[in-house]
Ligand binder design. Structure first.
Ligand code: FAD
Length: 315
């Protein structure tokens, strides 16, 4: 099954397959398992239900690899709108937002507004300001390794005005242990995940064992440091190790948090929350769900055979 990961992640970038999948009625059942809705209203409702269950939430307006300014600007507006709604409904204390910089211009060519890096920084600033006004925070998602330096540079710039801004580090990258050391300082919010993109062996560990051992080394650095670690995994072994490391380093519950994706191991999310841990659910929403869905299928190929068989039988 692991062999399927690479082709699936390649398909995530194919325009023809994207068209086939997004227009098929079969997709909607699988998509709904991972994406609760397309509109601001739907996602704020879903967030409110999770908060009622004792969970925290981070919202991701779907869209990535934006190739024009209009779409990048529309994404910024969507974030500003949802942040306004969160504030109006008194949810901002429990619900923050996650932002992919490629959705707000990081990959755009140079224009009168500057290069993609500059456009993404200015757009991210607008979202951080709206989040601050609403009473919540922003976390910058991490995408493929060609964007890591730009994303961490944007994080550094944003943190001068918005020190509450969070970052994501991916344990599969060779560089990440060092990045954890630089970001384990006081006030630093770091989400540690394994990593979801198809990365070459020059920059990333390829075997599950290597990725898992890197994850544990990074956990040690973050949990023994001064920052606020956000432990993003569904892996029962990583969760168990994180709990025992938190204990070893004298961390109280609430001085770190667990994070999981909407629709993945929901009973474990509630079990951890009931045991006193802070648990945040990552909730994507919007119409641009294709790339997100492909990465989730790549992580869980059991879902895939059902999905592909249904697609073929409809054509
Ligand atoms: P795995 O070893 O992949 O999975 C462990 C177990 O979890 C599996 O055996 C299965 O039972 C369950 N599981 C895992 N995935 C699924 C699934 N899709 N469907 C059903 N069951 C599943 N990656 C990035 O590259 N950048 C990011 O910014 C980013 N942000 C993330 C934010 C959050 C809150 C989370 C939870 C993940 C994020 N990821 C991100 C994805 C991450 O990198 C992994 O690809 C993903 O979480 C799977 O790894 P795992 O740690 O759950 O372990």
């Amino acid at each position: 099954m692991a062999l399927l990961r690479q082709p699936l992640l390649a398909l995530a970038r194919s325009a023809r397959v994207r068209e086939l999948v997004t227009t098929s009625p079969v997709s909607s059942g699988v998509v709904r398992g991972y994406v609760p809705g397309e509109t601001t209203q739907a996602v704020v409702g879903a967030a409110a239900d999770l908060v009622d269950d004792g969970l925290k939430v981070t919202l991701d307006f779907l869209g990535e690899d934006t190739t024009d300014h209009a779409r990048a600007d529309a994404t910024v507006e969507a974030y500003v709108e949802v942040l306004g709604q969160l504030s109006a409904r008194g949810l901002a204390r429990h619900v923050e937002v996650s932002v992919k910089l490629s959705a707000i211009g990081q990959a755009l060519p140079r224009s009168e507004r500057g290069d993609g890096h500059r456009v993404a920084l200015e757009n991210a600033r607008t979202i951080c300001r709206a989040a601050r006004n609403a009473g919540t925070t922003v976390t910058l998602d991490m995408e493929d390794h060609t964007t890591t330096d730009s994303t961490l540079a944007i994080l550094r710039d944003l943190r001068k005005d918005f020190p509450e801004t969070g970052a994501v580090l991916q344990a599969y990258l060779h560089r990440t242990e060092a990045d954890c050391r630089s970001l384990a300082h006081e006030g630093s919010r770091v989400r540690l995940c394994k990593g979801a993109y198809d990365e070459p062996e020059e920059v990333a560990y390829q075997s599950r064992l290597e990725v898992d051992t890197s994850y544990v080394r990074c956990l040690k650095t973050l949990l023994s440091g001064q920052g606020y670690p956000m432990i993003a995994t569904h892996d029962p072994r990583m969760i168990e190790i994180a709990c025992s490391l938190a204990n070893r380093y004298g961390r109280d519950q609430g001085s770190y948090e667990f994070q999981m994706l909407y629709g993945v191991r929901p009973e474990e999310q509630r079990r951890l929350a009931a045991s006193g841990e802070s648990v945040r659910v990552y909730v994507p929403y919007g119409a641009e769900w294709y790339g997100y869905l492909m990465r989730r299928l790549a992580e869980r190929p059991q879902n895939l055979s059902f999905f592909v068989r249904s697609l073929i039988s409809k054509k």
